[in-house]
Design a protein around this ligand. Structure first.
Ligand SMILES: Cc1cc2nc3c(=O)[nH]c(=O)nc-3n(C[C@H](O)[C@H](O)[C@H](O)COP(=O)(O)OP(=O)(O)OC[C@H]3O[C@@H](n4cnc5c(N)ncnc54)[C@H](O)[C@@H]3O)c2cc1C
Ligand code: FES
Length: 333
C-alpha cells in the first residue's frame, strides 16, 4: 500500500486501495482539514511534492484558477498510486473527526416519503452505527463512479441503523440511483465524516437552523440534544407549505413545547399556501426577528444549500458578533 509522508513533519500514513488521500489520513486519525469530501469546498487543498496520484474529479469547483496555477490538489479527489510526499497544513484550523471513518456494506432496510420530493432512507450495517450527531456518510451507489455525501438524521446505535432524509434532485445521478434501489439492496457506506457535530461539553442553549435538504443533520443534533436537559431552538426553512416537513419531526422530541421549540418558515407564500399559519420569509430573517437576547449566548448548528449558509453566517458572525467557534455548519454542495 502506498505510504504518504507529510513533509516537514513526522507524519506518515498508509493508503488502502481506492482511498483518497483525505480518507487515508482520517482513517489514520490525522486531523486533515476538510468539509465536504466531494471536491466543492476547497478546504482539503494540498500539494504533491513527489510521487503519482490519480485525480478523481477533473476541474473540481473547490480549486480556483490560482490553485491550479500553483499545482494545488484536493485531498478528497486524489488517490495515491505510488508513495507520496505531500505538503499540507494538517492540524491547523481544520475540523477533525473524532471517530475514524470506515467502509462498510449497508443494506437498504426501508424507505418512506417525507414530502413530494424528500424521502427517508434506512440502511443497516452489520457493525454498530458509530457517528456523532450532525455527521455524514459517503454512499457509493450503483452505476456511479463517485460517492455522494448524505447526513444521518438519527443518532449512533448498536443495531447498525443509518437513517437519511434525502431530497430527490431532478435529474440528479445520486437521486436517481437512490430512487431505483429496492429494499434489500446492498451499497457501500463510508463514514462518519464532518466537523459540524454536537458539542456536548458546551452548556449554551442550542440553535439548529436547517434549510431544505439540510434537515437531516439538524434532526440528528436535535434528537441527541433532546435527550439532555439543554434548551433547543429549531428553525426550519422550506420553500412552500408542501415542503415544510421539519416541525413534524421535532414535535416528536422529548420536551417539545417546553425546552424544545420549533419555528418553521416558508419563503414562497402564494394563494396555494393560504392555510399556512407558520412564519414566512427566508430562514435567516426569521431567526433574526425570532431568537431572543444576545446571539453570542447560543451554540449554533447550521446546514443547507451554500447561499442559505452564507446568509446565516453573515447574520450570526457579522451582524450579531457570534464567535466563529460557536457556529458549526455543513454546506450541502
Ligand atoms: C456534507 C454534505 C452533506 C449532505 N447531506 C445531504 C442530506 O442529508 N440530504 C440531501 O438531500 N442532500 C445532502 N447533500 C447533498 C448531496 O450530497 C447531493 O449533492 C445532492 O443529493 C444532489 O446529488 P445528485 O447526485 O442527485 O445530483 P447531481 O446533480 O448528479 O450531483 C450534484 C452533486 O454531486 C456532487 N458531484 C457531482 N459530480 C461529482 C464528481 N465528479 N465527484 C464527486 N462529487 C460530485 C457535487 O457535490 C454536486 O453538487 C449533502 C452534501 C454534502 C456536501
Ligand atoms: S473539497 Fe475536499 S473536503 Fe471539500
Amino acid at each position: 500500500m502506498p505510504i504518504i509522508t507529510v513533509s516537514g513533519t513526522a507524519l506518515r500514513f498508509e493508503s488502502a486501495p481506492g482511498d483518497t488521500v483525505l480518507q487515508a489520513a482520517l482513517r489514520a486519525g490525522l486531523p486533515w482539514p476538510y468539509e465536504c469530501s466531494v471536491g466543492a469546498c476547497g478546504t482539503c487543498r494540498f500539494t504533491i511534492e513527489a510521487g503519482e496520484a490519480r485525480v478523481l474529479r477533473e476541474n473540481p469547483p473547490g480549486l480556483s484558477a490560482m490553485d491550479r496555477r500553483k499545482n494545488r490538489k484536493l485531498a478528497c479527489q486524489c488517490v495515491a498510486e505510488t508513495d507520496l510526499s505531500v505538503s499540507a497544513k494538517i492540524g491547523v484550523d481544520g475540523a477533525c473527526v473524532p471517530i475514524a471513518p470506515r467502509r462498510m456494506s449497508a443494506v437498504l432496510s426501508g424507505a418512506r416519503a417525507v414530502t413530494h420530493d424528500m424521502t427517508e432512507y434506512r440502511f443497516r450495517t452489520a457493525q454498530a452505527a458509530r457517528f456523532l450527531p450532525g455527521q455524514y456518510a459517503l454512499l457509493a451507489l450503483p452505476g456511479m463512479n463517485e460517492a455522494r455525501a448524505y447526513s444521518m438524521s438519527n443518532v449512533a446505535n448498536e443495531q447498525g441503523d443509518w437513517i437519511f432524509v434525502i431530497r430527490n434532485v431532478p435529474n440528479g445521478l445520486g437521486s436517481r440511483a437512490l430512487a431505483a434501489l429496492e429494499a434489500g439492496a446492498t451499497i457501500a457506506l463510508d463514514g462518519p465524516y464532518g466537523g459540524a457535530w454536537l458539542r456536548t461539553d458546551v452548556p449554551r442553549e442550542i440553535v439548529c437552523i436547517a434549510g431544505g435538504s439540510g434537515l437531516a443533520p439538524m434532526l440528528s443534533i436535535a434528537r441527541a440534544a433532546a435527550a439532555t436537559e439543554r434548551r433547543l431552538h429549531f428553525y426550519y426553512g422550506a420553500r412552500t407549505a408542501a415542503d415544510a416537513c421539519g416541525r413534524a419531526f421535532v414535535a416528536e422530541l422529548d420536551g417539545f413545547g417546553a425546552r424544545v421549540r420549533c419555528v418553521e418558515a416558508i419563503s414562497v407564500h402564494d394563494h396555494a399556501d393560504a392555510a399556512w399559519q407558520g412564519e414566512t420569509g427566508l430562514i435567516h430573517d426569521v431567526v433574526a426577528r425570532d431568537l431572543a437576547g444576545a446571539f453570542d449566548a447560543y451554540e449554533f448548528y447550521v446546514s443547507g444549500p451554500p447561499p442559505m449558509i452564507a446568509a446565516v453566517l453573515n447574520l450570526l458572525a457579522v451582524e450579531r458578533g457570534v464567535p466563529t467557534a460557536q457556529i458549526h455548519f455543513d454546506r450541502f454542495f
